[in-house]
Ligand binder design. Structure first.
Ligand code: OSB
Ligand code: MG
Length: 366
């Protein structure tokens, strides 16, 4: 599996609507798409870094030079028989997991294709369809939120995630629960609270939420453990989990009861599987998060979510929930609260190369 050609692109994609979370708002996506080619077969990767360092320190402006100057020159021509071998050449890099993940995940797509199997099968997946939910950004007012929720309930999503922040929480969620008594809701604070807000968060126990995602600091475990002790609602960790070691720490001290695994955030599939395995061994449910990915990253997330421990619906929504037109064919479509897992080779969807070329704003070729 000697990588003989590499193409990294920055692609501008317009979101159908702005996506606001407590730490910032995204109007568009600057998506980085990576193609690793070996003997005419191409594996696709996506770097999930955002435009600004409000979710992670990594942005597409840090990932671009990390990839083009440091990592990709090492990947080109690397003699490796497996994806694990390809990623060995970049393991020396500390941090920069989103940049590294784009290479590792593209290499896994390539390995699956070379072995003649789907990516889901290659990863050890056991599902033909995965349960999926939808994540709703902060809305200007309750009316707009209710309208959004009603639309997604009507479409049939398995659960609905609501972004919260101080001032847009108890009252907003109480009204929402009254209006939709039976909808499976969860909330995501993206680190908007501190332990001083524990009473406010405790009040959410009355609303029958599936979980509260990352209420406290993005790099915290201890305060999450203190908070979880006071709550009946499970705490779910997102930003805090970057590796299997973080996961072991979180489990050991009780920093949460559910883990959101985003393969891009944790450095790729091998790290995601290691986190998944530790969680399964500790009876901790996991689910696959999202980073407003294009169809490439979405395909990776769907494949990962076929592993047995992914028992909760993921943030893996239909392509058209994000884009007027996705860069893959066929696009991803949720039906009856589930996403069908592609059965073709590797990611199982084709890249619309003309559209990709059209939206490309910079490109590096090796
Ligand atoms: O915290 O899960 C998050 C999007 C961008 C950055 C962080 C998050 C999110 C989402 C959207 O919640 C999930 C998706 O639909 O891709
Ligand atoms: Mg989150």
């Amino acid at each position: 599996m000697k990588i003989d050609r590499i193409e990294l692109r920055e692609v501008r994609m317009q979101l159908t609507e702005p996506f606001e979370i407590s730490s910032g708002v995204a109007y568009d996506r600057r998506v980085m798409v990576l193609a690793l080619t070996c003997d005419g077969v191409t594996g696709w990767g996506e770097c999930v870094a955002g435009e600004f360092p409000d979710y992670s320190y990594e942005t597409i402006q840090t990932a671009w030079p990390m990839l083009t100057e440091l990592m990709l020159p090492k990947v080109l021509g690397a003699e490796a028989s497996t994806a694990a071998g390809v990623s060995e050449s970049i393991q020396w890099v500390r941090g920069h997991r989103m940049a590294k993940a784009s290479i590792e995940m593209a290499a896994h797509d390539l390995e699956a294709k070379l072995n003649g199997v789907s990516l889901a099968k290659h990863l050890g997946g056991v599902r033909e369809a995965v349960p999926v939910g939808v994540s709703i950004g902060l809305q200007p007012n309750d009316e707009a939120l209710h309208e959004k929720v009603a639309g997604f309930v009507e479409e049939g999503y398995s659960r609905i995630k609501i972004k919260i922040k101080p001032g847009r929480d108890i009252e907003m969620l109480t009204g929402l629960r009254e209006k939709f008594p039976d909808v499976p809701f969860m909330v995501d604070a993206n680190s908007a609270y501190t332990l001083a807000d524990a009473p406010r968060l405790k009040a959410l126990d009355a609303l029958d939420l599936m979980m509260i995602e990352q209420p406290l600091a993005h790099d915290d475990y201890l305060d999450h453990a203190r908070l979880q002790k006071t709550l009946d609602t499970p705490v779910c960790l997102d930003e805090s989990i970057r590796s299997v070691r973080d996961t072991e720490l979180a489990i050991e001290i009780g920093a949460g009861r559910i883990i959101n695994i985003k393969p891009g955030r944790v450095g790729g599939f091998a790290s995601s599987k290691a986190i998944h395995d530790v969680c399964v061994a500790n009876d901790m449910p996991v689910w696959c998060g999202g980073m407003l990915e294009s169809g490439v990253g979405r395909a990776h997330n769907v494949a990962l979510a076929t592993l047995p421990g992914f028992s909760l619906p993921g943030d893996i929504s239909s392509s058209r929930r994000y884009w007027h037109e996705d860069i893959v064919d066929p696009e991803f479509v949720m039906a009856d609260g589930e996403m069908a897992v592609p059965t073709g080779l590797g990611i199982g969807v084709e890249i619309k190369t003309e559209l990709l070329e059209d939206r490309t704003v910079r490109k590096a070729t090796f």
